[in-house]
Design a protein around this ligand. Structure first.
Ligand code: 2F8
Ligand code: CA
Length: 131
């Protein structure tokens, strides 16, 4: 029906894994310029799609997670974090008090220092950005 059709279009997206090391903010700039934004993950379908995109690459990759205020995690594209999360056990732990950006590590989420350079995952909305 109409709502189902609508949600199909809204959720349709593609992930792009970029195997070049950038800081979280540099990766965000690149994703916004070239695609839509750093990866947003809303549910298990997204999570699986992203894991497929990583193609067995289990080392660190930035996604769109960031800590807007202390322990208030948001997505780079401005959407809030849904009830769905895939934090690694014990994360986010803000190790050393300097971890305000989120990465994929071993298919789970971890908070890491935003200034670290690592590969990253952008998403591309097939309907374009709503911004
Ligand atoms: O054990 C989890 C822990 O592992 C590392 O710290 C030792 C990560 N640090 C970096 O990625 C810089 C922590 O974020 C992580 O919580
Ligand atoms: Ca951490």
């Amino acid at each position: 029906d109409f709502l189902l059709l609508l949600s199909f279009f809204v959720s349709h997206q593609q992930y792009h894994f970029i195997n070049k090391s950038l800081t979280w903010y540099e990766a965000q700039s690149f994703c916004r310029l070239k695609y839509t934004d750093l990866a947003t993950i809303n549910d298990m379908d997204d999570e699986n799609q992203l894991i497929n995109t990583l193609g067995g690459n289990v080392t660190s990759s930035w996604i769109g997670l960031y800590d807007g205020q202390i322990n208030r995690w948001l997505w780079s594209d401005g959407s809030g974090i849904a009830s769905f999360t895939q934090w690694s056990p014990g994360e986010p732990n803000n190790a050393g008090g300097i971890e305000s950006c989120g990465e994929m590590y071993d298919s789970l989420w971890n908070d890491a220092p935003c200034g670290f350079a690592m590969a990253y995952v952008c998403y591309e909305s097939e309907r374009g950005s709503f911004k």
